[in-house]
Design a protein around this ligand. Structure first.
Ligand code: ATP
Ligand code: MG
Length: 429
């Protein structure tokens, strides 16, 4: 029978790779903790309606990328394509938003039916933060700083560029969309089908087109900046000033609009040229209208989401993952003879209790001493504890062997085994 394969675009992350992921996860968690953000977890499945109403009906995600299906009750559900909608739904449902300030973070898998390629998958992992109830540009500057701190901790700060833009309020954008729509209709014969389909339903998405011909036609298009209100401009200038005061460099990108409809005022992306085509590592901005749009009381908000695969790829290609993260275990216990299985497990149990940080593999499955030693060497452990007796003799001593080039080994009484391990490994109870 043919073997079953994983779904295209959905990756297995194997044990050799998981330390890299854990490293990035740990760094992210340390950073958000430093800024006082608390973790929220929400389901992977939600009502399809939630994503339609938040991300927008006429967006790539909702039009062609969602995994949606009817469940056994006939409810139309979707695998979450991003985190903000679910986070807002959960926080509002449990009364965390109205008249409150919240700093939240999440991590987890997201699903989009895109064309798989390097850095673009159908199941991918995001980290995100969402900050609710703070209207000023100070919180925008803060969420951007959260990213900058992470880049610094990961050693990526030189490889990422912050792009920002002011896309105005919902009102501003409505006026701009009308003008852009008229412009696109006038230039319809220079556009591709995708752009023509969107020129009335969601004209701003046309600005995002990757087609050079469409981009050329857009050269003389009306600019959003001319439609942005004074209030929005003031907010944006203050953000730029705050970023400068904390030493965060940025590039202003007038064409940056983001692919989700809920954003307003400041939006941003962190991009790199060390990943090829999939160069956006993180995107975010304000979304002041979303909570209300989803049925909650008006609550202003700002946040971002970053793609963990792209970060891991970047760290890997730049050689920025510390060696030490792949250290799995400290000790491999070699057990020669089935009669020693009991004493071996008892000794292992005592050592694990004595040193909660210790990683110890207790050999299972028997076999010759030489074969077990081979496994010990391959395990990456620094020490082997060898349990072996003359047949019929009680086990009184064990051998502790260094698994480095020296191969030194000493014999110790079982009762002193812990003390010796602590000395050799410089660990404490
Ligand atoms: P892109 O322009 O690359 O399609 P996006 O604007 O659709 O990105 P967002 O929805 O803003 O992406 O998601 C935030 C981040 O999540 C992206 O910057 C990227 O790092 C990551 N991401 C998005 N889609 C994918 C995917 N299919 N595979 C891997 N990572 C992804
Ligand atoms: Mg996309």
């Amino acid at each position: 029978m043919a073997k079953l394969q994983a779904i295209r675009g959905m990756n297995d992350i194997l044990p050799d790779q998981t330390p890299n992921w854990q490293y990035v996860e740990k760094c992210f968690q340390q950073v958000v903790h430093r800024y006082g953000y608390r973790e929220i977890r929400f389901p992977i499945l939600e009502q399809t309606q939630l994503f339609k109403r938040s991300i927008g009906e006429v967006t790539d995600i909702v039009e062609k990328e969602m995994y949606s299906f009817d469940d056994r009750n006939g409810d139309n559900l979707s695998l979450r394509p991003e985190g903000t909608a679910g986070c807002v739904r959960a926080a509002d449902q449990h009364g965390l938003l109205f008249n409150q300030q919240q700093r939240l973070w999440y991590q987890g898998p997201m699903f989009r039916h895109e064309r798989p390629q390097k850095g673009r998958y159908r199941q991918f992992q995001q980290f995100g933060v969402e900050a609710f109830g703070m209207a000023g540009p100070d919180i925008d500057a803060e969420v951007i700083q959260v990213c900058a701190s992470l880049w610094q901790d990961l050693g990526l700060e030189k490889f990422l560029t912050l792009e920002i833009n002011n896309i105005g309020s919902a009102e501003d954008r409505k006026r701009y969309a009308a003008a852009l729509s008229a412009f696109l209709a006038f230039h319809a014969d220079e556009l591709d089908d995708d752009a023509r389909n969107r020129m009335h339903s969601n004209p701003m998405r046309v600005l995002d087109s990757k087609n050079p011909a469409v981009q050329a036609a857009l050269k003389s298009a009306p600019a959003l900046v001319d439609y942005v209100s004074d209030e929005s401009i003031a907010h944006y200038s203050e953000l730029k000033s705050l970023l400068s005061q904390v030493g965060i460099e940025f590039v202003e990108s007038p064409r940056l609009v983001r692919g989700l409809d809920y954003y307003n005022n400041c939006v941003f992306e962190w991009t790199t040229d060390s990943l090829g085509a999939q160069g956006t590592v993180c995107g975010g901005g304000r979304y002041d209208g979303l909570v209300e749009q989803l049925g909650g009381k008006p609550t202003v908000a700002a946040g971002f989401a970053m793609g963990v695969e792209r970060l891991v790829l970047m760290l890997d290609s730049l050689g920025k993952i510390p060696e030490a993260t792949s250290q799995v275990i400290d000790v491999y216990m070699v057990v020669v003879g089935s009669e020693l299985a009991g004493p071996a497990q008892l000794l292992a149990k005592q050592l694990r209790q004595q040193f909660p940080e210790l990683g110890l593999i207790n050999h299972c499955g028997g076999g010759k001493s030489s074969n077990q030693m081979k496994r010990a060497f391959n395990s990456g452990a620094r020490l082997a504890i060898v349990l072996e007796t003359e047949s019929g003799q009680p086990l009184e001593t064990v051998k502790i062997r260094h698994l480095n080039d020296s191969g030194d080994s000493i014999s110790v009484e079982i009762a002193n085994c812990g003390e010796k391990l602590a000395e050799f490994l410089s660990i404490s109870e």
